[in-house]
Design a protein around this ligand. Structure first.
Ligand code: FAD
Length: 446
């Protein structure tokens, strides 16, 4: 009997333990199910759908080169997989384990038919626990425990070929899924920056290995390519974190990068303890915080028109390319939450829809970390000064790239131009006023 290989955020052939096990068990039917039901309000956002379209195309071609195929189905993954198993007489479903709550739920529903494999994280996260067996709430403690298990296992090679079933089940057409934007096509700025797929992910990792020694010094400078830009590839599982770890070597050069990569494991691990982290404050005291409701301010932030050049540059980079530099994500998120006093969940939703790397664990944990509402931080009173941050991390090149109105402004003026040229807006709120308002809101819930 054939076996089903259920692919989700693990769209690759290398280091694919589910694929290797499936191929040992019998003819393999690889399937991707576009499930917009199980995640509920966390169904994939628009930028991710753009990525997914191209990623599935690439994966289909890679499977074809191995004498196999990618079967596409749409609907509830549990229902579609059960249907496919009945149609084909498949004896088992092999899949890599994921930690989004809707996937854990689906995995439970599939029951004994499902064979789960670890492989999308550096270690099996149910085993990385505190002395009392619970999940870590603080990254530094998580990292200490994870490091004891590092380096991760060696990645598995790509099988030479995949045994095919005698009869292929029917597949939907990718073009029928309408994953790409049409009218208007807001994704024209994505293609120059991104090539979804495993081949590109591996190529980028190889290139980055040459530069990883510069990572500690350059990773906070948004104007340079000082980080790997592998986040969407990692989110969709086009490269496994184990192979990335090993590709970068084990020396001191890679140590800082390994530690950042482990954040991804930490956020997934936190979801095991707090599956609704994307919706609910990690610190319940914040349920009483009086957020402002201002559609106009939210829109100004989303569109990069706050009058703070570094914030606006970041928000426009996000809209144009589907990605934003980590340092600027922190500044922009802090600005929405503290300066505009708008609920972090509004920002989280916007990122969810606009990031190509939107990831339930990474997004929610980072938003709550910046807000100070999370279990891993208590930083409501630490209010990032956008102008100070801008001066520290950008010499002006990043701002000039993304805010063309300010292209001709001098270095001395670029972070906070006195004259606002070419219709660039005045500051939406003064820093001191915003800071006092945020601190007062924090005091009110104590
Ligand atoms: P690199 O510096 O090259 O890091 C390599 C990889 O390590 C990343 O691709 C990522 O998988 C992981 N990583 C690094 N930093 C973090 C971090 N702080 N938290 C979790 N994983 C990390 N990252 C996402 O992948 N998806 C998100 O939806 C997301 N939302 C964020 C929201 C906010 C408000 C903030 C402040 C950060 C968010 N991040 C998110 C984390 C981080 O900004 C991105 O992972 C990083 O910018 C991706 O660029 P890179 O691949 O070049 O990173």
């Amino acid at each position: 009997n054939p076996v089903i290989l259920w692919l989700r955020q693990d769209l690759r052939l290398h280091d694919q333990p589910a694929l290797v096990s499936a191929a040992q068990a019998g003819p393999v039917i690889p399937v991707y199910v576009l499930d917009d039901e199980a995640p509920g309000r966390w169904r994939m956002g628009a930028a991710q759908r753009w990525w997914l379209h191209h990623a599935l195309n690439a994966l289909g071609e890679a499977l074809a080169a191995k004498g196999s195929r990618l079967i596409l189905r749409r609907g509830s993954a549990v229902r579609e997989l059960q249907k496919l198993a009945d149609e084909t007489g498949a004896s088992a479903i092999h899949a890599i384990r994921h930690y989004e709550p809707w996937w854990i739920d689906a995995e439970e529903k599939l029951g004994e038919r499902l064979c789960l494999h670890d492989g999308n994280h550096l270690a099996p996260l149910r085993d990385v626990t505190t002395g009392s067996g619970g999940q870590f709430k603080i990254y530094s403690a998580f990292w200490r425990a994870l490091s004891e298990r590092m380096p991760p296992e060696k990645p598995l090679p790509v099988p030479h070929s995949l045994p095919a079933p005698d009869h292929w089940p029917s597949s939907e057409k990718l073009s029928g899924w309408d994953l790409l934007p049409t009218n208007p096509n807001w994704a024209t700025g994505f293609a120059p920056d991104w090539t979804p797929g495993e081949a590109e992910a591996l190529r980028k990792a190889k290139d980055f290995a040459e530069e990883v020694g510069d990572y500690p010094a350059r990773r906070d400078m948004p104007a340079v390519e000082g980080t790997s830009r592998l986040s969407p590839h990692l989110h969709f599982g086009e490269i496994s974190p184990r192979s990335l770890w090993h590709a970068l070597g084990s020396g001191a050069n890679a140590a800082k990068f390994h530690k950042e990569l482990a954040w991804r494991d930490f956020t997934s691990s936190l979801l095991l303890a707090m599956p609704d982290y994307g919706d609910r404050n990690g610190r319940p005291a914040f349920d009483k915080l009086k957020w402002r409701k201002s559609a106009a301010d939210l829109k100004a932030w989303q569109q990069g028109c706050t009058g703070y050049p570094i914030v606006d540059a970041g928000m426009r980079q996000l809209w144009t390319t589907g990605w934003m530099h980590n340092r600027v994500r922190m500044i922009a998120a802090s600005f929405l939450i503290k300066h505009l006093l708008i609920d972090w969940r509004e920002g989280e939703r916007w990122f969810w829809d606009t990031l190509v790397d939107a990831d339930y664990g990474n997004n929610s944990v980072n938003w709550q970390w910046v807000a100070g509402t999370g279990v891993d931080s208590n930083m409501w009173g630490r209010i990032m000064a956008p102008l100070g941050q801008s001066e520290k991390f950008d010499a002006g090149d990043y701002i000039r790239q993304w805010v063309p109105e300010l292209r001709d402004v001098s270095d001395a003026q670029i972070h906070d131009p006195e004259d606002r040229p070419n219709g660039y807006p005045e500051k939406i709120i003064g820093h001191r006023e915003a800071r006092e308002r945020a601190l007062a809101a924090g005091r009110a819930i104590r």
